[in-house]
Design a protein. Structure first.
Length: 544
């Protein structure tokens, strides 16, 4: 039977499309053939989607870099690197690498870009120049006072509502994952626009923001892999379902809160306050730009700092020798009048070597941002050094960042890189090894600082974040003794570009002075009449 002309056309069209598809797939595959990776990653993005959805993307990418080299393939036209030199090269001020399409997933608004999502380098540089001064302490004169105020509220909340007093049969636990987020959310809202959301005052999520963020995680994951899907956000039906500033709850409510604070500054009786928002307005940022940027500040500045804070507290408080050493350093400094009360000054904290070592180690062992932050290879392509072998990456290839692999690299941080050990940051200045020692610490310093990004993409909120950590780590541990409720499984974790931690329950008891502790211990073992308490020995002693 002869084929009709229509069937023939359909057949030819199908064959042509199929040939084109196969040709394109082969071209893409061979473009990155020199780079190792999971066998399927050269052909489709499904492996990447599976990895990003696994809740363990940081560990899986680290395995890939260990197995296939410091820069390896994770999808067609997509590599991941744990090499600090390549990360610096891509982010440097005059680098020909640009932001990759991956960044489009950080657009929180259907129409408006923000500083983290601009793919246009000129627009990004322009908005960054206008925003950077607002983040500096010079223009943001209330910064330290704002952080102190929120920290005192945080400490009051723990002290007033969550402290356990087992000797009086008061048994309570506190979920550090929840309250550290409350602290950083209130700091960022106060610092950004002069008014807190009220998380700490109400000891709850007043807008349903955190719950809403958790609901959006699957979308965040899919958009991070299939970035072209962000275009769907323009479809009216989908757009209508997105958070908007008129919403009563969730991210939309936060957008509304930000919008109201911005509008207060522009109205006829515009509120004036020498702060971040004011600095942005002075540099000509419009009301629309500000609404979108303030929302970005909140998402960029809260989870990252909260995870750094809770993980540092977790590691210190579950390592008694480290805790003792930190408290000894602090108590000596308090006795010498080098630490202001009730809250340590940022400048005072910066010169406490062991505290700084603990904070760096906390950032290193749990780098707060695990999102790929992918940069794009320039039009001429680029030679990439993979463990001493030069490999060619064609134009348009995106190269993501494996922060976990980078911060756990034994070649940089030592054979015990998997262990929380602040001592690695202390420079030993003894004898002929002094130069080698300084070089070792310098290399670690240069790498850990990459937790905040680098060069023209480096974090603008770094000063705010380090101030929060400097103060909150020390002041919390000076006041409370923290004991994890379940050392076998201290928290639940879902890694999605940042960490979602839940059930991080601790028993917090009030820390007393050493002398008072001794007295309390004595009182526990001896009654007022001189008689003691007894705990019978475990049965099973060898018979005499
Ligand atoms: C420990 C806490 C923090 C960490 C680890 C962190 C890390 C980062 C990283 C990795 C980037 C992106 C780098 C890149 O694209 O290559 C970034 C960007 C950014 N961060 Fe942070 N951040 C922290 C806290 C904050 C805070 C508290 C704020 C706000 C007050 C903030 C505001 C920003 C902004 C505005 C950007 C975008 C900069 C740009 O695109 O030019 N961050 N941060």
């Amino acid at each position: 039977m002869l084929a009709t002309p229509t069937t023939t056309i359909a057949l030819v069209a199908t064959l042509t499309l199929l040939t084109l598809y196969i040709y394109n797939s082969l071209r893409t595959y061979y473009g990155l053939r020199d780079f190792g990776g999971h066998w399927s990653s050269g052909w489709s993005r499904l492996w990447m989607l599976k990895t990003q959805s696994s809740g363990r993307m940081n560990k899986i990418f680290t395995k890939v870099n260990l197995k296939y080299g410091s820069t390896a393939r994770i999808a067609p036209k997509f590599l991941v690197t744990s090499d600090p030199a390549l990360f610096r090269r891509m982010s440097a001020v005059r680098s020909p690498f640009t932001r990759g399409g991956w960044y489009a997933a950080l657009k929180l608004h259907p129409e408006r870009d923000n500083i983290t999502s601009y793919l246009d380098e000129t627009k990004h540089a322009e908005i960054r120049n206008r925003m950077a001064p607002g983040y500096s302490g010079k223009e943001n004169v209330h910064l330290e006072q704002d952080v102190d105020e929120q920290l005192l509220k945080f400490l009051d909340l723990v002290g007033g509502k969550y402290v356990a007093e087992p000797e009086r049969e008061v048994f309570r636990t506190v979920d550090l994952s929840r309250i550290t987020s409350y602290f950083t959310l209130d700091v960022i809202s106060k610092v950004a626009f002069g008014q807190t959301f009220g998380f700490l005052d109400q000891d709850e999520d007043p807008f349903g923001y955190l719950a809403n963020l958790a609901q959006m995680l699957p979308a965040i994951i899919v958009f991070g892999v299939y970035t072209e899907l962000t275009k769907l956000l323009k479809i009216p039906l989908i757009k209508a379902a997105l958070p908007k500033s008129t919403d009563k709850r969730g991210l939309g409510r936060v957008m509304g809160f930000a919008r109201d604070r911005v509008q207060e500054r522009f109205g006829p009786k515009g509120v004036r306050r020498q702060d971040m928002l004011d600095a942005f307005i002075k540099r000509g940022m419009t009301e629309e730009e500000l609404e979108s940027e303030t929302l970005t500040q909140i998402t960029a500045g809260s989870d990252s700092t909260a995870s750094a804070l809770r993980m540092t507290l977790h590691f210190i408080s579950t390592s008694p020798p480290i805790l003792s050493r930190l408290l000894a350093e602090a108590n000596i400094a308090i006795d010498a009048g080098r630490i202001s009360r009730p809250i340590i000054k940022d400048a005072e904290a910066r010169v406490l070597p062991y505290l700084q070592a603990c904070i760096k180690e906390g950032l290193r062992i749990y780098p707060p941002v695990t999102g790929l932050m992918a940069k794009q290879v320039p039009p001429e392509g680029a030679m990439i050094d993979v463990d001493g072998v030069e490999k060619f990456a064609p134009p348009g290839t995106q190269i993501g960042w494996n922060s976990w692999g980078m911060m756990h690299d034994p070649a940089i941080f030592g054979q015990d890189a998997e262990i929380f050990r602040p001592e690695r940051w202390l420079v030993r200045s003894d004898g002929h090894e002094a130069e080698k020692e300084a070089e070792r610490v310098r290399r670690m310093d240069e790498t850990v600082t990459l937790c905040f990004g680098y060069g023209r993409f480096g974090c603008l909120g770094r000063g705010v974040a380090t101030m929060e950590l400097n103060k909150a780590v020390l002041e919390t541990l000076l006041r409370f003794n923290l004991q994890s409720c379940n050392l076998a499984k201290p928290f639940d974790e879902n890694v999605v570009g940042f960490y979602v931690h839940t059930n991080m329950n601790f028993v917090a008891t009030r820390r007393r002075g050493e002398e008072e502790d001794e007295k309390a211990g004595f009182a526990l073992l001896h009654h007022g009449d001189g008689s003691g308490v007894e705990a019978g020995a475990l049965a099973g002693a060898p018979e005499e």
